[in-house]
Design a binder for this molecule. Sequence first.
Ligand SMILES: [Zn+2]
Length: 611
Amino acid sequence: MPDPYVKERDRSRIPERFQWDLSPVYAGDDTWEAAKRKMRAELPSIASWAGKLAESPEQLLGCLEHHSLLHKELTRLACYAGMKSDLDTRESRYTAMDQEMSRLASDFSTLASFIEPEILRMDPARIEEFLAREPRLGAYRHVLDDIVRNRPHTLGESEEKILATAGLMADAPATINSIFTNADFPYPEITLEEGTVRLDPAAFNLHRRSRDRESRKKVFAAYLGKMHEFRRTFGAQLAAEVRKNMFFSRTRSFGSCLERALNRHNIPVAVYRNLIAGVRAHHRTFYRYLDLRRRLLGLDTLHYYDLYAPIVADLDLDYTYDEAAALVLESLAPLGPEYAQVARRALSERWIDVYPNDGKRSGAYSNGSVYDVHPYILLNFNGKHDDVSTLAHELGHTMHSYLANQSQPYALSHYSIFVAEVASTFNEALLLNSMLERETRDEVRLSLLGNYLDNARATVFRQTQFAEFELRIHELAEGGEALTGDTLGELYAAIVREYYGQEVGACVVDDDVKAEWAYVPHFYYNFYVYQYATSFIASTALSERVLAGEAGAVESYLELLSAGGSDYPIPLMARAGVDMTSSEPLKAMMARLGRVMDEIEEIALRLGKLK
Ligand SMILES: [Zn+2]
């Protein structure tokens, strides 16, 4: 059923129950203002502990507790300003509040910057002695461990000063790349059926999905062709980024850039390498996907430019928000009554700002940082199937934050990015499962399964292929090889051709692909993309266990969410039953893909879409 409010752009006409109630955070802007003034006056108090942390367990505990308290309140202030500003980005008062909070946060981190070096200078035996003498310090054991394990990568005071100053140059490659691609790049114009189109990244994303084969071929050739013309400049940008990573990994005595990047969340490099080896080892599953796509599109040969064409007719199903909420709630039932009860609160107690309206920030997010209240979700609900899925996704983040905030002290409540997308994609998996259970129409089932499959390709296979490219270019540079637009292009094309099985005829990867790396901003995020793949794999493995009704699976999953940031991601996940250092989770995910493809084939045959 179409939703009556998705087209309403005037916020005042949308019923209150679909809007955030921010009053539990601050009663109003005046209360916020007063709290902020008080906070500004209190911030310098943290400096009174400088030079005293090693004196006694009480001093160390006092400092960590005070820091945690100030950080918590500062975050609450910042969240209120940020959320207000997101509701109306045109309102300069809220932009100013938001900016003021960024300044305050940066002042605070400068004031508190003595803490880590002081703890690092302490003898580990002394820290252990403190922990034994003051039991309340136990709540900070993980925080202390996280600081102390960086000891081998911390330098003397004067060297640290040089590295901090070098930081002034560190953003240059990413900044130049961003300005070049977003502001200056001469995106090509091409003529398609619908008229002349300027192919910027958004238009490229849209038109590469064209049902008309000639169009999508043209779109790929024009877009990547233009990137290729500028490969030297793009190459110099990416090479500079890689050299920056090398500079910091070498000065901080890491064995490699990969080691440094993964050290942040204490992820073993084996997790990264196993992902690449594992995805490559499962190439047969991927070739089967490519062949299924080829047959569903009715092609003799699949080309790289055919990968985004929809394999099934887009279904124009409409949902009201209340229908979407009911579907999502129903899908979460396998997680038990307590989970469902909190999810119901999120939906009914104005944790969610539902509809798009004039001035509101686009996209969707969950903000779980107001520790003492509850998480908030921003949506731009449009009444389509994707929006139902987004609600399930964001509710996953919200439940993760809620459970972590309930169970952990503030200092341990923040979960790392490595586990963040597990909770969200887990809920997407539950939603898909429950929609398939209630759906009997073949066309709809085919569309749901087809979407899932394309999503798996983009999240697991494509991101792993990116992760491999990222690793290889760093290894080349570390081995003393020069990176240029041409060498990057040759390497990229070779990797894509291997993944897509060009040699065995699974997919023809045309020469245009040589420039595709230049289009990926994530290569400036320092080994980030692999986490899209690992999160998807982990959540698939976890949800498979829950949906199979395995004993203890729900409990151990909820424990993972409740654990927040109380330990490093890999041991946390291992306790929940997914060992990310083994090949089992990937195997479970590939088995699921196999079953999805079986079912797609069965339906497509029945509908006469396959021969
Ligand atoms: Zn997310």
